[in-house]
Design a protein around this ligand. Structure first.
Ligand code: SAM
Length: 367
């Protein structure tokens, strides 16, 4: 039994017993250490197991292209980084990766790319989506993460077979958003995109980076309240990992040590699991960039989705958003074997051949 005599323990018990957290509650939970932090993690693990269960669903990740029209100040593939060797997978590479995912019963794909906006890109994605649906006889679920687009484009891709869309807000505070992006990037437009995706009927995912310079615990608490208010179905949160060829690198002396950013991300995941028990949450690759067992730790306490990288090996190294990106020299098959062992270590099983759609989405559709 827990010793519950001190006022501090009473506070954490009181907070964890609530159905709704205030901003102050969230800040308290983000500040927990030691036994209190363990209590948060244990509660989240229990809630996860009781709502979404202990199955982990795969989204085989295809990093379509690192060409990007945006210039986000934190991102390694930003337009102005001349040191990046740009690539664009061929359609046959994409379809071969999809075939791999299908044959290995990954259940779903996630197609991600730097931001490209053009009629040709729109057509290309539409055709790829249709071909992937065809080659998998409709069995592969498809998540896309292709940045900000207009409504017609989102609708066309939805009609062609994509049913989940990931678009991180990155940081929900507009003033901070403008500090991490050049003047021609619009917070309002990104927000509008999330609303349109919702309206079209996608399962909508958003998320933030954790541990950015200038970001406070109050900002992170607001991020979680934002996700709840937006009623998103999926969330991907990862630690910010600095990249030396980006403008934000200049502020690295202001960053928390990487391990603290990692723990803070685990706290964000666990608090959100308590706030939104039935959403899908990804154990982000950036967790593993900091801690070799990072994704397993995220699965243990609250995440339930993994995105194994199935991008053809020769291009993995070029999609470097941050330093230390793991598994960039592995073949997809290596990743599959090591990942399954990792899922088992975390005490979970893989939902092979299943879509593993967001229960929050499905529950929301029930009459
Ligand atoms: N273009 C799409 C978009 O805008 O959503 C998807 C590609 S974008 C490179 C994917 C995600 O990488 C971003 O949403 C961002 O959160 C993450 N990212 C970029 N730079 C990062 C960094 N230095 N550390 C951690 N995550 C980073």
């Amino acid at each position: 039994m827990r010793h519950n005599r001190t006022g501090i323990m009473a506070t954490i018990d009181n907070i964890l017993a609530k159905n709704e957290f205030t901003k102050e509650d969230i800040i308290y939970l983000l500040s927990t250490q030691g036994e209190e932090k363990n209590m948060l993690f244990e509660k989240s693990a229990a809630v996860k197991s009781a709502t979404v269960g202990n199955k982990v669903y795969y989204r085989g990740l295809i990093e379509l292209s690192n060409a990007c029209a945006k210039d986000c100040l934190y991102c390694g593939i930003r337009k102005s980084n001349a040191k990046v060797e740009r690539y664009n997978l061929s359609d046959s590479d994409v379809l071969a990766a999809a075939q791999f995912a299908y044959e290995n019963r990954y259940g779903s794909l996630a197609i991600q790319s730097g931001e490209l906006k053009s009629p040709a890109f729109r057509r290309r994605i539409t055709n790829l989506l249709k071909q992937i649906k065809e080659l998998s006889k409709g069995e592969l679920g498809i998540t896309i993460s292709l940045g900000e687009q207009d409504e017609e484009t989102y609708q066309e891709w939805f009609d062609a077979g994509a049913h989940r869309y990931l678009l991180r807000i990155e940081v929900s505070n507009p003033a901070l958003y403008h500090r991490y992006h050049p003047a021609d990037h619009s917070y309002e437009e990104r927000l509008q995109c999330l609303k349109i995706l919702h309206k079209i009927g996608y399962q909508v995912g958003t998320g933030v980076m954790v541990g950015l310079p200038f970001q406070t615990l109050a900002d992170l608490a607001d991020d979680l309240l934002f996700m709840k208010a937006m009623d998103v179905h999926m969330v991907g949160m990862g630690p910010y990992v600095e990249h030396k060829d980006t403008p934000l690198y200049e502020f690295r002396s202001q960053l928390l040590p990487q391990e603290e950013r990692f723990t803070l991300t685990l706290k964000m995941i666990t608090i959100l699991r308590l706030m939104m028990p039935d959403i899908n949450m990804v154990a982000a690759t950036a967790m593993q960039a900091i801690d070799p067992l990072g994704r397993e730790k995220a699965l243990k306490v609250g995440a339930n989705i993994l995105m194994p990288n199935i991008t053809p090996g020769q291009h993995r190294d070029d999609y470097k958003l941050y330093e230390n990106k793991p598994c960039t020299d592995d073949a997809a098959e290596d990743c599959k074997n090591c990942l399954e062992a990792r899922v088992h270590i975390a005490g979970h099983e893989v939902g092979y051949g299943e879509w593993g759609d967001s229960k929050h989405f499905l529950n929301g559709k029930k009459p």
